[in-house]
Write a protein that binds this ligand. Structure first.
Ligand code: F6R
Length: 611
C-alpha cells in the first residue's frame, strides 16, 4: 500500500522524511510528495519514484522547516498523476494531509463540500478528507486536533493520516483506523510512519495507534485521544526491528536477500517450537486453545495470493496428517459468499503483512459467525494479529521484496507446526511426529544445498527467457507450489505463466502447448511420481520443453526432460518447502534477464490494504 512519514522536532525535516520514505517505497511507488512548514506551507509532488521527488526538491526553495510530512503512493482513487499525488490540501487554511486507506463515503462528502463552495483539483478520496477538515476548522475554534476528530467522525472506511496546518505551525496531528501507524518518540522529536522501518534509524521507543485514535504532537509532547476526544494512554514499547534486517546488506535486491535468508529465517521460525526427541510441537500462542483444536470439526484457511498458496499446502497437511476436514478460501470471495460456519469451525487467516483488507474482512465475517479465529502472520501487532483469538507468528523478519519469498516458507512451516500440534492431540503417533520433526530440523540445511545451485538455476532460466508463456505443473502437495512458481514468474518478469494440477492439463490447457513452450514440473519422488512422469510425456509429445524439479539421486528423470533442477530428498508433506526454492530463483533470474526492477514490479505494492 502507500507509505506515510511525518516529523516534528528540531532537525531539518526534509532529508529525514525522504530517507524514511525510501525505506517505505516498497509499499507503493507510483508517485510521491512532501509538505514542509517553513513559515508557510510548502508542498511538492512528483510522479514516479521518491528519487523523482528528490530531484524536483533540488530545484525548489522553502523546504527547510522542522515539521513536515510525506507520502509514497500506490494509486487507488484516480490515476497516477501529480494532481492525484499526496499531500492534498484544503482550499482555505493551508491544511496538508497524507493518507493511506480508502474513504468509502467520499462521494457523498464531496457532493456536500461542493455545495459548500469548495473546488477540487484531484480525483482522490484523500482530497475530500483534507477539504472536510478545512470546512470544520473555523467552527471548532481553529483547532486542528478538534477538526480532525470531527472530520473522522463523518468518515466511513480505513485511514492512517498525518495532517499539518499553516495556522498551527508547531502541531502535527495523526490518526488511524484500519491502516497501521506508529509514533516514534525521540529526544524532543517525533517521527510518525506507517511502517516501523522508517522509524528505527531514529528511535526504537514507539507506540502503535489503535483504531479511532488521534494523536496531537508538538515539540514538547503529545496527547492521544479517540475521535470522540476521550483521552487514551498509549502503550509505549521497544520496536524489535534491527536496521540490518531492512537493508540490502550487499545484495543487489531485497528479493534475492530474502531468498538467501531462508535457511536462517526457517531456523528462527522453528526455534523453541519443535522438539524432535519428544515428538512435540510447542506453540505458545495456541496453548490456551489446544482443546478447541483437538475437537475442531473443520478448518477454513483464508488468504490471498502467495499466502493463499501457503494456505492450500496447509489444507493438504491438515487433512493428511491431522485428519481434520480443511478447505481454503480466497478471502475476497469468502466474505461475500454467505459461508456456512458450523460449531467447531476454526478459521485461519494467513498473511505476511497482517494488513490485507480482504483477509481481514473474511476473518471478521467468520468471527461474526462464531468461528474460532487464528492468525498466521509475520508482522507483530498487525491488524490480523490483533483481531484473532490466537495465532502463531512467522518470525522470519521483515519482508521488503514485493514478491513474497521467505514469508511463504514461514507460512508453510507454521502451518506444518500447527498441523503437527493438532495431529499429535488427535491421532498421530509420537514416532510419526518425531520422524517429521527430524526432517523439519533438516530443512534449513537442505535449503542451503539448493541455494548453492543458484548459478545453475540462472543458466537454465536464461535458456528460456524469450518465451512468453510458461506452465507450472505439480500434483498433491506440490500443486500449490506450482501455483506459487507461476505467480512469482508473472509478478516480477511479466511473463504469462499458468500453474495447475499436472493432471488437469490434459483437460484443456494442453491445447496451449507448442514447440519450445517451457513447462516446469515439480517431479519429486512421492506418491504421484509415476503419474507426473506420464504428464511430462504428454507435454513432450507436443513439443513442450520440460524443466523438472526432481529429487537428488533421480538420474532416471534426466532421460525424460530437457533440464533438471535437483532438491534434496525429503518427506512428501515437507517437500513444498524445498521445491519452491528453485522456482523463486527462476523468477528472480528471469526478471533480472529481462531488465525489470525486481523489488518494485509494475502495478504492485507490498500489502494490499484495500478490498
Ligand atoms: C505475491 C504476494 C502477494 C501476497 C498477498 C497477500 O508475491 O506477495 O500475493 O501474498 O497480497 O499478502 P499478505 O500475505 O500480506 O496478506
Amino acid at each position: 500500500m502507500c507509505g506515510i512519514v511525518a516529523y516534528i522536532g528540531n532537525k531539518p525535516a526534509k532529508s529525514l522524511l525522504l530517507e524514511g520514505l525510501k525505506r517505505l517505497e516498497y509499499r507503493g511507488y507510483d508517485s510521491a510528495g512532501i509538505a514542509i512548514m517553513n513559515g508557510k506551507l510548502n508542498v511538492a509532488r512528483a510522479v514516479g519514484r521518491v528519487s523523482m521527488l528528490e530531484e524536483k526538491l533540488e530545484t525548489l526553495d522553502g523546504f527547510d522547516g522542522s515539521l513536515g510530512l510525506c507520502h509514497t503512493r500506490w494509486a487507488t482513487h484516480g490515476g497516477v498523476t501529480e494532481l492525484n499525488a499526496h499531500p492534498h490540501k484544503d482550499d482555505k487554511h493551508g491544511i496538508a494531509l497524507v493518507h493511506n486507506g480508502i474513504i468509502e463515503n467520499y462521494s457523498a462528502l464531496k457532493t456536500y463540500l461542493k455545495e459548500k463552495g469548495h473546488t477540487f483539483t484531484s480525483e482522490t478520496d484523500t482530497e475530500v478528507l483534507a477539504m472536510l477538515i478545512g470546512e470544520l476548522y473555523e467552527g471548532l475554534g481553529s483547532d486542528l486536533e478538534a477538526a480532525v476528530q470531527a472530520a473522522l467522525r463523518e468518515v466511513d472506511g480505513a485511514y492512517a493520516i498525518a495532517v499539518i496546518c499553516e495556522k498551527e505551525p508547531d502541531t502535527l496531528v495523526v490518526a488511524r483506523k484500519g491502516s497501521p501507524l506508529f509514533v516514534g518518540i525521540g529526544a524532543e522529536e517525533y517521527i510518525v510512519a506507517s511502517d516501523a522501518a522508517a522509524i528505527v534509524a531514529h528511535t526504537t521507543h514507539a507506540f502503535a495507534l489503535d483504531d479511532y485514535n488521534v494523536v496531537k504532537i508538538t515539540r514538547s509532547g503529545f496527547r492521544t485521544s479517540t475521535i470522540h476526544n476521550v483521552p487514551v494512554t498509549p502503550k509505549i514499547e521497544q520496536l524489535e526491528l534491527d536496521l540490518q534486517q531492512i537493508e540490502l546488506g550487499g545484495y543487489p535486491h531485497f528479493m534475492l536477500k530474502e531468498i538467501f535468508e531462508q535457511p536462517q529465517s526457517m531456523r528462527n521460525c522453528m526455534s523453541g517450537r519443535i522438539d524432535a526427541k519428544d515428538g512435540r510441537v510447542t506453540l505458545g500462542g495456541l496453548s490456551n486453545f489446544a482443546k478447541d483444536l483437538t475437537r475442531a470439526k473443520k478448518v477454513i484457511l483464508t488468504a490471498q495470493g502467495t499466502a493463499l498458496h501457503a494456505a492450500m499446502i496447509g489444507r493438504y497437511l491438515m487433512e493428511d496428517l491431522a485428519k481434520v476436514q480443511a478447505q481454503t478460501e480466497y478471502a475476497s470471495e469468502f466474505r461475500y459468499r454467505n459461508p456456512i460456519i458450523e460449531d467447531g469451525t476454526v478459521v485461519v487467516a494467513v498473511s505476511q503483512s497482517g494488513e490485507t483488507a480482504d483477509t481481514i474482512a473474511a476473518l471478521n465475517e467468520a468471527k461474526d459467525r462464531g468461528a474460532l479465529a487464528l492468525g498466521v502472520v509475520n508482522v507483530v501487532g498487525s491488524s490480523i494479529a490483533r483481531q484473532t483469538d490466537a495465532g502463531v507468528y512467522l518470525r522470519v523478519g521483515p519482508e521488503i521484496g514485493v514478491a513474497s519469498t521467505k514469508a511463504f516458507l514461514g507460512q508453510v512451516a507454521v502451518l506444518t507446526m500447527i498441523t503437527l500440534f493438532m495431529a499429535r492431540r488427535r491421532m498421530m503417533s509420537a514416532d510419526h511426529c518425531t520422524d517429521l520433526l527430524r526432517e523439519m530440523e533438516q530443512i534449513p540445511a537442505k535449503i542451503e544445498r539448493i541455494l548453492e545451485q543458484a548459478p545453475r538455476i540462472k543458466r537454465v532460466t536464461e535458456k528460456y527467457i524469450d518465451r512468453e508463456n510458461w506452465l507450472f505443473l505439480g500434483r498433491g502437495y506440490n500443486y500449490p507450489t506450482a501455483l506459487e512458481g507461476a505467480l512469482k514468474l508473472k509478478e516480477i518478469s511479466y511473463i504469462h505463466a499458468e500453474g495447475m494440477p499436472a493432471a488437469e492439463m490434459k483437460h484443456g490447457p494442453i491445447a496451449l502447448i507448442n514447440e519450445g513452450m517451457p513447462a516446469v514440473f515439480i517431479a519429486n519422488k512421492g506418491r504421484q511420481y509415476e503419474k507426473v512422469l506420464s504428464n511430462i510425456h504428454e507435454v513432450r509429445a507436443r513439443g513442450g520443453h520440460v524443466i523438472a524439479v526432481a529429487t537428488e539421486g533421480d538420474e532416471h528423470i534426466a532421460d525424460h526432460v530437457h533440464d533438471v533442477l535437483y532438491i534434496p530428498e525429503v518427506a512428501e508433506p515437507l517437500s513444498p518447502m524445498l521445491a519452491v526454492i528453485p522456482l523463486q530463483l527462476m523468477a528472480y533470474y528471469a526478471a533480472l534477464a529481462r531488465g525489470h526492477d525486481v523489488d518494485k514490479p509494475r502495478n504492485l505494492a507490498k500489502s494490499v490494504t484495500v478490498e
